[in-house]
Design a protein around this ligand. Structure first.
Ligand code: S3P
Length: 427
């Protein structure tokens, strides 16, 4: 599919965005491991989370999906069944890594695979600690990539220092820790998103979080519950940046998750000079939520690095677009993780934005943008990466000629209604 976006002036109006992808995956997985029913509202029924649902069904869990309303019949910690076929995680790194943690604790054999992009992404960071806990993995490249065969078993708790700030890695260890005897302790180099910790506590697990250290007591009793999933700030980000770069805009995104481990985008947009207001802050089952109002400002370049990076890692493609329209230089560093996302996002940002007239210098662990110039427009490729497709679409809102995005069907991974939502704001 091709998506064509052209500048039509100010964006004005109110929107909602689909449910948070990270929270939706976790709600389905913890619902499956809990006793009793879990009723989820606002579930993201995009490709990634549906892959998680399909895998859980293959593990014997009954799940009814009706748009954003999902009912999970919990199998209990020890109620999953050996799958009779390969578990296909599609494009979803979260599905693969979190399920590796669950499967590590199962007394059966399973095989996980995914699409071409996911089969290139590193799994060794996850299988290494899970092996230390007692699970066995077998796969290409010494077990670093999918397809991976998993023989789970009886696990022991570990005390593990993660080499990267990755919530998928932390969550895989925590999920395996549910099946381990004793206390699992994880220390991260920077704090990554903490949805798993919050949701585990809500389901009844005993957790202790202190700074970047998480402690989880093994073999808890998890009880099913109702979960309302907030809107995904990573999906809202495309419209927040759009409103910040198109003169005269005023966009209100209602019901967005504002967990502080995710709000780096708000800090950076403010620092760049956009007007960002957080309205009606409230709480949704352990997760903070607010309505976000954004208006443009005279944007200036910023420096992004250190602990801020995990708080906005998925927003860097669209922040690169904001930087193109900001005066001065934007420097992103400490973001090497971008190289192992759905595609190498450092290369994709530099090369695809160049095709539409943007000057981006890639670096080993980020990129540098000299902003404040006009953007010509033209044709670029999503590289089958949903966030690249949507970031390029946002660039089209201020380019001199339309931006045509090839291979744009991947937006369905996280934001099935993206094109219509954008068109609605263009009036
Ligand atoms: C996610 C964690 C992040 C993020 C991804 C979703 C999660 O990945 O980029 O989109 O739900 O835990 P890493 O764990 O690789 O940092």
């Amino acid at each position: 599919m091709k998506l064509v976006v052209e500048a039509k002036g100010a964006l004005r109006g109110e929107i909602t965005v689909p449910g948070d992808k990270s929270v939706s995956h976790r709600a389905a997985i913890l619902g499956a491991l809990a006793e009793g029913e879990t009723v989820i509202s606002g579930f993201l029924s995009g490709e990634d989370c549906l892959a998680t649902v399909r895998c859980l069904r293959r593990l014997g869990v009954e799940i009814a999906v009706d748009g954003g309303d999902v009912r999970v019949k919990g199998a209990g910690l020890y109620g999953l069944a050996e799958p009779d076929d390969v578990l296909d995680c599609g494009n979803s790194g979260t599905t693969a890594r979190l399920l590796l943690g669950v499967l590590a604790g199962q007394p059966f054999f399973s095989v996980l695979t995914g699409d071409a992009s996911l089969r290139r992404r590193p799994m060794g960071r996850v299988t290494k600690p899970l092996q230390e806990m007692g699970a066995s993995f077998c796969g290409r490249q010494g077990g670093n990539v999918l397809p991976l065969a998993v023989q789970g078993g009886s696990l022991s708790a570990i005390n593990y220092r993660t080499p990267v700030a990755s919530a998928q890695l932390k969550s895989a260890i925590l999920l395996a820790g549910l099946f381990a005897e004793g206390e699992t302790v994880i220390t991260e180099p920077e704090k990554s998103r903490d949805h798993t910790e919050r949701m585990l506590a809500a389901f009844g697990a005993q957790l202790n979080v202190s700074g970047n250290i998480v402690r989880l007591a093994g073999r808890p009793r998890l009880t099913g519950r109702a979960i309302a999933v907030p809107g995904d700030i990573s999906s809202a980000a495309f419209f927040l940046v759009a409103a910040a770069i198109v003169p005269g805009s005023e966009v209100l995104v209602r019901n967005v998750g504002t967990n502080p481990t995710r709000t780096g985008i708000l800090d950076v947009l403010r620092q760049m000079g956009a007007r960002v207001d957080l309205l009606h802050p409230r709480s949704f089952g352990g997760e903070p939520v607010a309505d976000l109002m954004v208006r443009p400002g005279k944007l200036r370049g910023v420096e992004i690095g250190g602990p801020l990076v995990p708080r906005l890692i998925d927003e860097l493609p669209v922040l690169a677009v904001a930087a193109l329209f900001a005066d001065g230089r934007t420097v992103v560093r400490d973001a090497r993780e971008l190289r192992v996302k759905e595609t190498d996002r450092i290369a994709a940002i530099a090369e695809e934005l160049a095709k539409i007239g943007g000057a981006v210098t890639p670096t080993e662990d980020g990129f540098i943008i000299e902003g404040g110039r006009r953007l010509a427009g033209g044709t670029a490729d999503s590289r089958h990466d949903h966030r690249m497709a949507m970031a390029l679409a946002v660039a089209g809102l201020r380019a001199d000629a339309p931006v045509c995005i090839d291979n744009a069907e991947c937006v369905n991974v996280s934001f099935p209604n993206f094109a219509a939502t954008l068109a609605g704001l263009q009036g």
